[in-house]
Design a protein around this ligand. Structure first.
Ligand SMILES: NC(=O)c1ccc[n+]([C@@H]2O[C@H](COP(=O)([O-])OP(=O)(O)OC[C@H]3O[C@@H](n4cnc5c(N)ncnc54)[C@H](O)[C@@H]3O)[C@@H](O)[C@H]2O)c1
Length: 307
């Protein structure tokens, strides 16, 4: 039985990860300050510590999955300094703890490290096009400094690290108000409210279903081999325009909502599409759930909670 710490385990991805780790027979501790997560997301059977990762961490663990950080742009931009602290101080604390107890660390980075990319699809070798001085930079640059901290702890202290660059992931237990494309569209469609598209809807996103994402994170932490400390994209390379996603949401929900076009927010990326060759070659991962199937499962979830 492995002793596993999941920071951010009361959030959307964390809750799915913790369930899977428990069902695999591990002892799981969740550390979360509940700024965007909820206590009821933590499954029975996991220990729970309500705390901020920016405070020094204690305990003995074999593996640490470091997810703590608000992922929704509305939420991380509401508290930009806390977003920066969570990434710099929080990731430093996680890596210090890992150094002390010789734990492995999986850090959940993001496709946002590529900024508004000038190449597509984005492979890990692309260094990105990030604005360091804008409303999204607390998150984008925060994640980049976290990756850099992982690199330096591996280099200076031989901490075993893995970095997942997560592309847009969706599924049951997303917060209905988190402001990201899938939750926005499905909730608006189910309520027959106007479906809000920022810009003309020609910008692209690539949607990964949560079960595929969790399988990827587990495979990445377990994988052994040369170079595995370098970041790996985990996402679905099926690229869709935002307008196509909105139309799929309307169809799946059987909704009569109209599309409502609004101005594009600053630094919104025009294209998002992962190159997942590294994940395929290094740990045999690729997504299995189609967007149609995943959106259907997520719509069923939202229909349940909205009722
Ligand atoms: N869901 C996605 O599409 C996506 C994409 C790219 C990266 N990620 C990354 O994956 C991780 C999880 O994302 P999510 O979608 O589950 O987001 P989420 O907001 O649902 O979960 C984040 C969790 O971290 C907790 N948290 C935040 N700051 C904390 C702090 N300082 N101390 C302790 N706990 C803290 C929150 O309360 C929440 O439970 C995040 O690091 C995010 O950046 C997610």
């Amino acid at each position: 039985m492995r002793r596993i710490l999941v920071t951010g385990g009361a959030g959307f991805l964390g809750s799915h990860l913790v369930l899977k780790l428990l069902s695999n027979g591990n002892h799981v501790t969740v550390l979360d300050d509940l700024c965007t997560g909820v206590r009821s997301n933590v499954p029975a059977g996991a220990d729970f510590i309500q705390a901020d990762v920016c405070e020094p961490l204690t305990g003995e663990y074999d593996d640490i999955y470091h997810l703590a950080c608000a992922a929704s742009p509305d939420k991380y931009q509401a508290q930009p300094l806390q977003t920066l602290r969570t990434n710099f101080l929080g990731t430093t604390n996680v890596l210090e703890l890992a150094r002390r107890c010789r734990a492995s660390v999986l850090f959940t980075s993001t496709s946002e490290v590529y900024g508004d990319p000038q190449v597509s699809p984005q492979s890990e070798g692309y260094w990105g096009n990030v604005n360091s001085f804008g409303p999204r930079s607390c998150y984008d640059e925060g994640k980049r400094v976290s990756e850099s901290l992982c690199y330096s702890y591996a280099d200076c202290h031989q901490v075993r690290i893995r970095i997942a660059r997560i592309f847009n992931t969706y599924g049951p237990r997303m917060a209905p108000d988190d402001g990201r494309v899938v939750s926005n569209f499905l909730v608006q469609a189910l309520r027959n409210l106007p479906v809000t598209i920022y810009g003309d809807g020609s910008q692209t996103r690539s949607l990964c279903y949560v079960d595929d994402q969790i399988r990827g994170l587990l495979a990445l932490l377990q994988a052994e081999g040369a170079n595995l400390e370098a970041p790996a994209n985990i996402g679905n390379p099926h690229e869709m325009t935002v307008k196509e996603i909105a139309k799929a949401a309307l169809r799946i929900c059987g909704s009569s909502s109209k599309l409502d076009y609004r101005p594009l927010p600053k630094d919104d990326p025009a294209r998002r599409c992962p190159d997942i060759q590294r994940a395929k070659d290094w740990f045999g991962w690729e997504p299995r759930v189609s967007v149609e199937e995943g959106l259907q499962l997520t719509a069923d979830y939202f229909r349940g909670i909205l009722n």
